[in-house]
Design a protein around this ligand. Structure first.
Ligand code: TXA
Ligand code: MG
Length: 371
């Protein structure tokens, strides 16, 4: 156990002495949790194997799942990767600093442990002023996974970091809520055709505008779960972003979704469960807990709120969360990816749900609860 120091820092005008203190911890091999525009990261000197090893340990992260390396200037890229082709240059020009992570052939000098033994490295330049200043002052690229325990929803507030990692990280920089709320888009450029390995803050549509054809890996949509394929991105094979509560996603036309969710909520509550609903458009479900992800027309706002709502429902002792499905456009692709993964694949079609609630509710119950 260490004593975790928490320091508030202004997101627009990062206080120099505070960031300097954080940077000196990074320089001496310590761990600093810091805000980015997506989620909070758990940072260590990317070139210090002992520090990176501590990140894996503290996060309880499987050793085969590599970290993202964060840089503050384009020139830093030369230390981290071996290949900088026109696509990297164009994408960096258009999206950095920002929520886009590029997977390219690694520089031999980057320690093995940082990339979990792969030949490639994932790198991004975050947009948050605190993150950028921290990397600059640490004078080294910073390796940082999201600052949660492995498998838990990523932290969008410093409080979430403390909840998971208090006593295990040296310092937490608290700059308030993050802007985007889901992680960066991970784009694989190691082969000829660019492939999205994880949808995130930069949308498929935006990437297509620069690159033309972009593939979305099936696991990135969330269609493939544990063990179903050889994953390109090691992070794909783990259940992720998950609240403690069981999560069920209901998909279909909105009015069916609402009817199905309400019917299912009633059934589960009648059997004694505490049920939470993740709704939208201020629709008033009857449930033990209700969170509104905002207007259906704004999946970006919904993505921003998602992880926070999942954690809040856990705190309220919710046992089963029923979530409305969203259209997979814009940030909706990242949002549905996180929902699918958090559900462990329990996705229900709304019309079938409504039918079965009438004809065989115990079958639906078994499908959701296992036995
Ligand atoms: O927004 C974000 O990306 C946040 C903030 C802190 O920057 N970071 C983040 O890191 O989400 P993490 O470790 O939670 O997720 C990194 C993802 C994992 O799915 C990992 O498997 C993948 O990136 N990844 C890392 N290196 C890779 C590589 N060389 N090839 C393929 N996938 C890689
Ligand atoms: Mg993560």
């Amino acid at each position: 156990m260490v004593e975790t120091i928490v320091l508030r820092v202004d997101r627009e005008n990062p206080d120099e002495p505070v960031v300097k203190r954080a940077a000196s911890i990074i320089k001496s091999g310590g761990l600093v949790a810091f805000p980015t525009e997506t989620v909070y990261g758990l940072g260590a000197d990317a070139f210090n194997p002992a520090a990176v090893e501590r990140v894996f340990k503290v996060k309880e992260r499987p050793p085969d799942n590599p970290l993202i390396v964060h840089i503050a200037r384009f020139e830093d890229l030369y230390d981290v990767v071996a290949d900088i082709d026109w696509r990297v240059e164009e994408l960096a020009k258009r999206f950095w600093p920002g929520p886009l992570t590029l997977v390219v052939k690694k520089n031999p000098s980057l320690p093995k442990i940082t990339v979990a033994g792969l030949e490639t490295a994932a790198v991004r330049m975050p947009r948050h002023k605190v993150a950028l200043r921290l990397i600059e002052m640490a004078e080294t690229p910073i390796a940082a996974p999201s600052a949660n325990k492995s498998g838990r929803p990523s932290p969008t507030l410093a409080e979430h970091v403390l909840r998971d990692l208090e006593g295990e990280v040296d310092l937490v920089l608290d700059a308030g809520p993050t802007d985007i709320g889901v992680e960066s888009t991970v784009l694989d450029l190691a082969s000829e055709k660019p492939v999205i390995l994880r949808p995130g803050g930069v949308t498929l549509e935006e990437l297509e505008n620069v690159l033309g054809d972009v593939e979305v890996h099936p696991a990135a949509i969330g269609l493939l779960l544990q063990g179903e394929t050889a994953p390109r991105s090691p992070g794909m094979k783990y259940r992720h972003y998950a609240p403690r509560a069981r999560l069920v996603v209901v998909e279909g036309a909105l009015k069916d979704v609402r009817r199905g969710i309400q019917g299912l909520a009633d059934l589960l509550r009648s059997r004694g469960f505490r049920v939470g609903v993740l709704g939208s458009d201020s629709y008033a479900y009857r449930a033990d807990a209700l969170r509104d992800l905002g207007p259906r027309s704004n999946p970006a706002q919904a993505a921003k709120l998602l992880f926070r709502c999942l954690r809040e429902m856990d705190d309220e002792g919710v046992e089963i969360i029923l979530a409305e499905g969203w259209q997979e456009e814009g940030l909706g692709l990242a949002l549905m990816n996180r929902l699918r993964k958090a559900s462990g694949g329990v996705m229900l079609d709304a019309r079938r749900l409504i039918r079965e609630l009438k004809s065989s509710p115990s079958r639906i119950y078994t499908e959701i609860m296992g036995t």
